[in-house]
Ligand binder design. Structure first.
Ligand SMILES: Nc1ncnc2c1ncn2[C@@H]1O[C@H](COP(=O)(O)OP(=O)(O)OP(=O)(O)O)[C@@H](O)[C@H]1O
Length: 255
């Protein structure tokens, strides 16, 4: 049963097609890694899932409805340039994340006390309890990233969108973050879309690895065509034997 679907998506910036004929069907709980050349529209696709932009043509649906335009608790996001609140302590960051989903954007009284308790438990969980009262600027990149992911997960989103979340991390911290993400995923059963430039990472974490590429390419007019999903690998079974070639790559020869 499909939870997230993209049907025949076309999206352009001005006269420049970025995505064309993108079709994808994702079951709830699947982890989709997205790879592809720089600038081929991977982040654009995430923005369409977030409804930050609407596709020019085609339909995206999440749980049978178009994605909500307003930020909602169903979707958590972590970008490479992660967005923690610099003026709040670590604990304050997690409490604020819970408040974002409420009517007034803040929690008060007993609800706030309960959120603080949960924040402390989460910080314990991600190994940052000792820094609960510290500010993000005093943390290393890996610790800030851990906080950003914990913040996105605080609302227990049904869908987590990750745009190169581990790009800036050293290899050791990366592996620790992979473990953390895998644990959180096992616990919550959330659906994940992760853009990465690291194919190994894509296969390690993903159930499927989808490749965005331009099946049509005119060397005279490189911007003439958009990218689509050219491969959809089943990464649960080692990938390659289960690959689905969705389109032939056709290079247009100049006369
Ligand atoms: N708001 C915008 N207006 C015009 N062009 C844009 C806009 N956003 C992105 N683009 C262009 O659309 C193309 C796709 O961008 P996008 O960021 O989706 O690619 P990407 O595959 O995520 O790239 P990277 O791997 O480098 O992050 C790029 O050429 C980019 O310059």
């Amino acid at each position: 049963m499909s939870f997230v679907t993209a049907h025949d998506i076309f999206h352009a910036y001005g006269h420049r097609p970025i995505l064309e004929r993108v079709n994808l069907s994702v079951a709830e709980g699947e982890f989709i890694s997205i790879v592809g050349a720089s600038g081929c529209g991977k982040s654009t696709f995430l923005r369409l899932l977030l409804a930050e932009e609407r596709p020019d043509r085609g339909v995206i649906s999440i749980d049978g409805a178009p994605p909500a335009r307003e930020p909602d608790r169903a979707r958590g996001v972590v970008f490479q340039r992660y967005s923690v609140f610099p003026h709040l302590t670590l604990e304050g960051n997690l409490v604020a994340a819970e408040g974002l989903g409420t009517r007034w954007g803040r929690l008060h009284g007993a609800a706030r006390r309960a959120a603080r308790e949960r924040a402390r438990a989460t910080l314990e969980r991600i190994g940052l309890a000792h820094a609960a009262a510290a500010y993000p600027s005093t943390l290393s990149g890996g610790m800030q990233q851990r906080l950003a992911i914990a913040q996105a997960l605080t609302a227990r989103p049904r869908i987590l969108l990750l745009d190169e979340p581990f790009g800036a991390l050293d290899p050791g911290t990366r592996v620790a973050m992979h473990d953390f993400l895998q644990e959180m995923r096992a616990e919550t059963g959330m659906t994940v879309f992760m853009v990465t430039h690291d194919i190994q990472e894509g296969f390690k974490l993903g159930d499927r690895v989808v490749v965005f590429d331009k099946p049509r390419w005119d060397p005279q007019f490189p911007d003439a065509y958009g990218a689509t999903i050219t491969y959809d690998f089943d990464a649960r079974h080692g990938g390659i034997p289960f690959q689905t070639l969705k389109e032939d790559t056709r290079v247009l020869q100049s006369a």
